[in-house]
Design a protein around this ligand. Structure first.
Ligand code: ATP
Length: 354
């Protein structure tokens, strides 16, 4: 098991910089998510941690030791790519044993270790079956078994559930998380799926264009996004952004949206000019009265809740309200925002004002 410290990590491919100076710490035993849109540098970061790619500059420390320039074989990290990458001509037992056998581990030890891994994964009954005939779930368990059997310091997983359909994916995500909770091995997991990151991760790094936008627990990132990019990327539907010209100063937390006073989050810094108020859809309530009003342009039924889209003086706003609430297209309703749950950003930099 291992703690992994990333310090000012940078990777250039010719004139293109894929990772632009990342710093974060992965604590021993954490399930750690690298999250961001396609091309943001997640995989490159993961490959540098695993040793499959050497950094242009910066450091990777594993349990305090600088491994930045060491080859993958000297880092004791298991890479789980697509979980389906098995040896098709071997049975399950041979697939799982392979990493140990190829290292010359004595036979009795291999057998004991494979039995232990099979028990952890609940696949004892299929050990002698050929992998060709296995279900998708069992194949993934076998692939995991092959990674676990070496007892590595940490696991690197690159979109391991990417190829699965939605329902099965959710099931495997739960299984993977439960397995992690039993083994408590440091795991770094790449995904572009914010929901997957929120559900599975102890911590999340959100990346964009090679830059770490934010690093924290799922709740931190959801409740206190550091940038408009993070606020927009996490949560579905996304946070509403209301642009206004105004001034905020520490101690005075009210601004007017049109004629409506709104209680802003407490800030320690002053700012003026174009600002953006961030409101999550579940923090918007709809009322018959109220000074700040909007016209309903759509209502989308989601079971217990519905997403109501309204046209307001600040553009369209989405509200997540109970589906029992009557919301007819064309109707005018008042909007109120739950105090204490709003975010405030500087429009030019996109940075949250704190
Ligand atoms: P995806 O989910 O699409 O894989 P990602 O966030 O994992 O995205 P990376 O694979 O890390 O992104 O790639 C980041 C950027 O670096 C991309 O623009 C990619 O084209 C570029 N890149 C990655 N590897 C190389 C390479 N070997 N040579 C040149 N450019 C590369």
């Amino acid at each position: 098991m291992a703690e992994i410290v990333i310090r000012d990590l940078r990777k250039e491919f010719g004139s293109f910089t894929a990772v632009k100076g990342s710093s974060f710490t992965i604590r021993d035993g954490e399930f750690f998510m690298l999250l961001g849109p396609s091309g943001c540098g997640k995989t490159t970061t993961l490959r540098m941690i695993a040793g499959l790619e050497l950094p242009t500059s910066g450091q990777i420390l594993i349990d305090g030791e600088d491994v930045s320039q060491r080859p993958a074989s000297q880092r004791d990290i298991a890479m789980v790519f697509q979980m389906f990458a098995l040896y098709p001509h071997m049975n399950v037992r041979k697939n799982i044993s392979y990493p140990l056998v190829s290292q010359g581990v004595p036979r009795a030890q291999v057998q004991a270790k494979v039995a232990e891994v099979a028990r952890i994964l609940g696949i004892e009954s299929i050990l002698d079956k050929p992998v060709g005939g296995l279900s998708g779930g069992d194949r993934q368990r076998v692939a995991l078994g092959r990674a676990i059997v070496r007892n590595p310091k940490a696991f690197m997983m690159d979109e391991p559930l990417g190829a699965l359909d939605a329902e099965f994916r959710e099931h495997m995500a739960e299984e993977l998380r439960a397995l992690h909770d039993r083994m408590k091995a440091t795991t770094v997991y790449v995904t572009h799926d914010q929901l997957e990151a929120m559900q599975m991760g102890d911590k999340i790094v959100v990346m964009n264009h090679g830059v770490v936008e934010q690093f924290g627990t799922p709740q931190d990132i959801y409740d206190h996004p550091a940038t408009m990019f993070v606020a927009d990327f996490i949560g579905s539907p996304a946070m509403n952004f209301l642009r206004f010209e105004g001034k905020v100063i520490p101690g005075d937390q009210s601004v007017a949206l049109g004629d409506t006073p709104v209680a802003l989050p407490e800030v320690q810094e002053s700012a003026f000019g174009p600002l953006v108020l961030g409101v999550r859809p579940e923090h918007v309530s709809l009322t018959d009265g109220g000074a700040y009003r909007g016209g309903i342009i759509a209502a989308e039924y989601l079971g217990t809740t519905q997403i109501v889209t309204l046209a307001t003086p600040h553009g369209t706003i989405k509200a997540r309200v109970p589906s029992g609430q009557v919301a007819r297209v064309g109707e005018q309703l008042g909007l109120s925002f739950r105090a204490g749950s709003l975010s405030l950003f500087d429009a030019a930099s996109g940075r949250a004002l704190r």
